[in-house]
Design a binder for this molecule. Structure first.
Ligand SMILES: Cc1cc2nc3c(=O)[nH]c(=O)nc-3n(C[C@H](O)[C@H](O)[C@H](O)COP(=O)(O)OP(=O)(O)OC[C@H]3O[C@@H](n4cnc5c(N)ncnc54)[C@H](O)[C@@H]3O)c2cc1C
Ligand code: SF4
Length: 663
């Protein structure tokens, strides 16, 4: 029995969060799961290098540790972000010696497996062992969890599986369009119709328009949405979470995975959740809760687009290089769900537009989907390789809603929810090698969105299922996790993404050449062209100097169909504990005032859809960047678009962020 996970999170709109429980380790056939971790010290480490870990001499200790690699017994020294680990062989026994970014205390841990011992600086951290640890309760993570448990039932095997989710509840951080292709769900849970999945509005009408300022021109619709459904993905994720729990998956909403755990062979052995109740100044508050280590034979990263741990893992193991992948490219989607007049509502009606209000060099478009109960999902997607630093995606969305073909639908309605999230657009060219020692990356963290379809849910789910099957093989059949990669390349995901590969890069030549080329690819060549176009520059490199552009003047919101940011933020139910260290880090705090402001006219104050970044005058009248981290929607645009890649998005304490329920 393990004492554990207890947290209470208060937000302005909700008091929630989940876990205040005692987690019991039920019997398992996995000996790893029973590997007992205690905090007792079993020192066989050489006395000459044995520090007094209970003392407070950290600075001495860590300068000492930096010296240790020179010791002949230490065979490996790895720097990881703010931390490092040392692998040593002492008396014929392997040991790990490590600290991470949340270092606060020290202790030894007892043997994990194979004679390996870990030494961790986080003495108060509990450890729970699982067979499979999954980060992120989105479509990918939950599909993996469900598939694993199904395989357990089919083969009468008991594997322990957990999913850790930073949202206060499953679905709270999920935002999507969403026109849903049920292919993967049919494979995963064929009885979903009878089991009450919130997938019940079939696409009834599918239109595609090219917009100019005052007109809409109908184009042949390339989306082929027959058999698809208009859904709320946050609701589907919520339902899938319940299905996973029914099958025996432990889900921990309200906990952010902030750190990767490695063993001495540089293999991932799980994650640690972020400490809770740490004040801005780093001190512990009354409600302090130490992070928890969730250790697994296999760790699956399902954090969605631009996952913070996934990006670290990709860099650490050079997975892009191994997969011969190009960089990832992204777009930012800004969305509202409206309740409109009954007379205007057509359940299942789907509309996509290209063109206005975006300029011809900026790739993007809008979506408008009629859900059930008079609800309409409306949004604008703006590719983040835009050049004009004065472009403001939030304001472009407000402008879009004023179009004469759109506004009448919304007039008289009310906005139920607002949110924003990035999605990846790199497709086939940008898929990294998704397997690393100890686990794999699944879903949008790896990047399986089919851009011409504007869909990534079905591919995210399928990738989770394939990774689960590979993980099951590792734990039961002695096969390797590489099977995931092999099966991925033989699956329909690969076939789809390969066919769609030239669509998005064609738009780097502008709107009209992009439309012409993609029509040729879609209708004539059908993906069989002998070439593969490359993506242009990474998104952070595409922003032009401000002097090359004229500032864009956006109209004031009318309060009827267009709104200011604070109003929208209120509708996103976003909240973070204010007194916590900012989760948005500036690698160099001088860059905003030295580069972003003078050279690019402060683009972060425009691309952030929550106005987290604001330049305000200091006491000397100098403009200084102020970061309102508590407003953050977790969209990750800043991590992607900052011209100098100076902003690092890390997870805040669990439970904070948006509170979506119909997105
Ligand atoms: C505006 C927009 C419109 C879209 N429209 C469509 C559409 O119409 N059809 C379609 O099929 N697809 C669409 N997509 C794409 C689709 O939403 C994604 O492909 C899909 O959500 C990917 O699923 P995922 O599980 O990989 O990631 P996500 O759905 O992003 O889920 C990731 C989960 O992991 C959690 N998480 C992340 N990091 C951590 C951490 N460190 N610790 C704990 N938890 C963590 C997040 O809170 C989240 O719950 C759209 C996307 C956007 C943004
Ligand atoms: S701070 Fe960054 S992640 Fe948060 S809402 Fe703004 S752009 Fe998105």
């Amino acid at each position: 029995m393990v004492r554990f996970l207890s947290v209470c999170h208060k937000s302005k709109t909700r008091t929630s969060l989940g876990i205040s429980s005692v987690i019991q380790h039920t019997s398992s056939k996995s000996c790893y799961r029973h590997a007992h971790l205690s905090n007792s010290i079993n020192l066989t480490i050489s006395p000459s290098i044995r520090p007094n870990f209970r003392s407070s001499i950290f600075s001495t200790l860590f300068s000492f540790l930096r010296f240790l690699p020179k010791h002949p017994n230490f065979s490996n020294f790895t720097e990881r972000g703010n931390g490092f680990s040392l692998f040593c062989v002492l008396g014929g026994e392997s040991r790990i010696f490590s600290y991470g970014s949340l270092l606060n205390r020290t202790n030894f841990r007892n043997p994990i497996r194979n004679g390996l011992r870990s030494f961790s600086t986080e003495s108060d951290r509990e450890s729970i062992n699982y067979d499979v640890v999954i980060v992120g309760a989105g479509p990918a993570g939950l599909s993996a969890a469900i598939r694993l448990k199904q395989l357990c039932q089919e083969r009468d095997v008991d594997l322990s599986v957990c999913v850790v989710e930073k949202g206060a509840e499953v679905g709270a951080h999920i935002i999507s369009g969403n026109v849903f292709e049920p292919r993967a769900l049919d494979e995963l849970l064929p009885q979903w119709r009878q089991e009450g999945a919130p997938v019940n509005v079939p696409v009834s009408d599918d239109r595609f328009w090219l917009l100019t300022k005052n007109r809409a021109f109908s184009l042949p619709c390339p989306f082929d949405n027959d058999g698809n459904y208009v859904i709320s993905l946050s609701q589907l994720a919520h339902w899938m979470g319940m299905k996973a729990e029914e099958l025996g998956v432990d889900i921990y909403p309200g906990f952010s995975a902030s750190e990767i755990l490695y063993d001495g062979y540089d293999k991932v052995v799980g994650i640690a959740t972020k400490d809770m109740g740490v004040a801005k100044d780093g001190s512990k508050m009354e409600n302090f809760q130490c992070g928890v280590e969730l250790k697994g034979h296999i760790t699956l990263l399902a954090e969605g687009c631009r996952g913070s741990l996934s990006e670290k893992i990709m860099r650490h193991y050079k997975l892009r290089e191994t997969g011969k992948a190009q960089h990832q490219t992204y777009a930012l989607g800004i969305k509202e769900v409206w309740e409109i007049d009954e007379g205007k509502h057509k359940p299942g009606s789907v509309l996509h537009t290209l063109g206005w209000p975006l300029d011809s060099k900026t790739y993007g478009g809008s979506f408008l989907y009629h859900m059930k109960d008079r609800q309409v999902s409306i949004g604008l997607v703006v590719a983040l390789d835009y050049q004009n630093p004065f472009l403001n995606p939030y304001e472009e969305f407000q402008k879009f809603k004023q179009h004469p073909s759109i506004k009448p639908l919304l007039e008289g309605g009310t906005v139920l929810q607002y949110g924003a999230r990035t999605l990846n657009e790199g497709g086939f060219q940008s898929i990294p090698y998704p397997v690393f020692p100890g686990g794999a990356i699944i879903g949008c963290s790896a990047g399986f969105v089919n851009v011409p379809k504007i869909k990534g849910t079905h591919t995210a789910m399928k990738s989770g299922m394939l990774a689960a099957e590979a993980a099951f093989g590792v734990l039961n059949g002695g096969t390797s996790m590489e099977t995931y990669w092999d099966n991925l390349r033989e699956s329909w995901i690969w076939e789809e993404l390969y066919r769609a590969r030239n669509y998005r890069p064609a738009f780097k030549y502008g709107l009209i050449p992009g439309v012409a080329f993609s029509a040729l690819e879609h209708y004539i060549l059908k993906g069989r062209s002998p070439w593969t176009l490359k993506h242009g520059k990474p998104d952070h490199e595409t922003t032009d100097a401000a002097k090359l552009h004229i500032p864009i003047q956006y109209s004031k919101p009318d309060g009827l169909v267009s709104f200011d940011v604070p109003t929208s933020l209120y509708r996103s139910n976003t909240n973070h504990e204010h007194n916590q260290p900012a989760h948005l880090h500036l690698k160099d705090p001088r860059i905003p005032e030295l580069v972003n402001l003078p050279e690019f006219a402060a683009p972060e104050s425009r691309y952030c859809p929550a106005r987290v970044y604001e330049y305000v005058p200091d006491e000397k009248g100098q403009q200084k960047l102020q970061i309102n981290a508590q407003n953050c929607l977790h969209c990750k645009a800043c991590d992607i678009k900052d011209p100098k890649q100076n902003i690092e998005w890390t997870v805040p304490e669990g439970g904070g962020g948006p509170g979506y329920s119909v997105m």
